[in-house]
Design a protein around this ligand. Structure first.
Ligand SMILES: [Zn+2]
Length: 275
């Protein structure tokens, strides 16, 4: 039996080596720094707007410093971007689960998915793969995609290039030991903390970067109804929906899934796996 989890996921013996190690996130919920994703996304947007403005891409409002100039256009700094949507035709969307496998919640998620005939993608953490290999096999047996979510759920932006490579390789190796021959195609950076080092490391390992476009912030435990509301409010064709089956108490995630999954099906949405 798993020890009881703190109401806000602060007691996370299963995943204690994951988010708790990140200085900015010490003592908080396992994926609380996902909030940082918003910040980084908005700062990225700000940057891109700035870059677009400096390149004269924003029309009349943009500065025209380079208009009529034959100087080479300055190239904006490289901004690594993961795949954030799926292209699977009208109403095609993807559901993803992070931070597992978890002995309590992963089986619950698998049951809901099976009942709704939905195949999803599980971004698994290497340390948890080692602890619960049977759950990884179950995910695979049920026809879901398994993606690598690093070895220890470290903030890869704070590691050296060698450290990043190790997180990727150890995470992959853990999956390989449990599912020999399984070809992992995707990597998702913990907290959505992408960098050119991360992109380089996963490219070298033959992986593609998997992001998301709909984040109901289920890890905040905002209440089942609120998670449902957030998913339904934001979903659209091509959405990749982020959920968590591990890293803390995910009972609200599971309860919400029981509601929004059949609801989206009734709207005509089709659930696909990133390809
Ligand atoms: Zn995560």
């Amino acid at each position: 039996m798993e020890p009881a989890r703190g109401r806000h996921g602060t007691a996370e013996p299963v995943n204690s080596g994951s988010c708790g190690r990140v200085p900015v996130n010490r003592g908080t919920n396992v994926c609380k720094t996902l909030g940082m994703d918003t910040t980084s996304a908005s700062s990225r947007r700000t940057f891109l707007l700035g870059a677009a403005a400096s390149l004269g891409l924003l029309g009349a409002a943009a500065p025209t410093a380079f208009a009529g100039s034959d100087r080479p256009t300055p190239r904006p700094a490289f901004v690594p971007e993961p795949v954030r949507t799926v292209e699977a035709g009208p109403l095609g969307i993807a559901v993803t689960f992070d931070d597992g496998p978890h002995p309590e919640f992963t089986p619950q998620v698998l049951r809901v998915l099976r009942r709704n005939r939905v195949r999803a993608t599980f971004c698994v953490v290497g340390t948890e793969v080692e602890k619960y290999p049977d759950l990884v096999r179950a995910i695979h047996r049920h026809g879901h995609t398994i993606a690598c979510h690093s070895w220890s759920h470290a903030n890869l932006q704070e590691l050296t290039p060698a450290g990043v490579g190790e997180e990727v390789e150890r995470g992959l190796a853990a999956i390989g030991r449990v599912l020999p021959g399984y070809r992992v195609g995707w990597f998702r950076a913990p907290y959505g903390r992408w960098s050119s080092e991360v992109m380089g490391a996963i490219r070298a390992a033959g992986l593609r970067p998997l992001g998301w476009s709909v984040d109901p912030r289920d890890w905040e435990r905002p209440g089942t109804d609120e998670i449902v509301r957030r998913v339904l409010a934001d979903v659209e064709t091509g959405s990749i929906i982020l959920n968590h089956d591990g890293g803390g108490n995910r009972d609200q995630t599971v309860a919400a899934l029981r509601q929004w999954l059949p609801e989206l099906s009734s709207f005509g949405y089709r659930f696909v796996q990133p390809a």
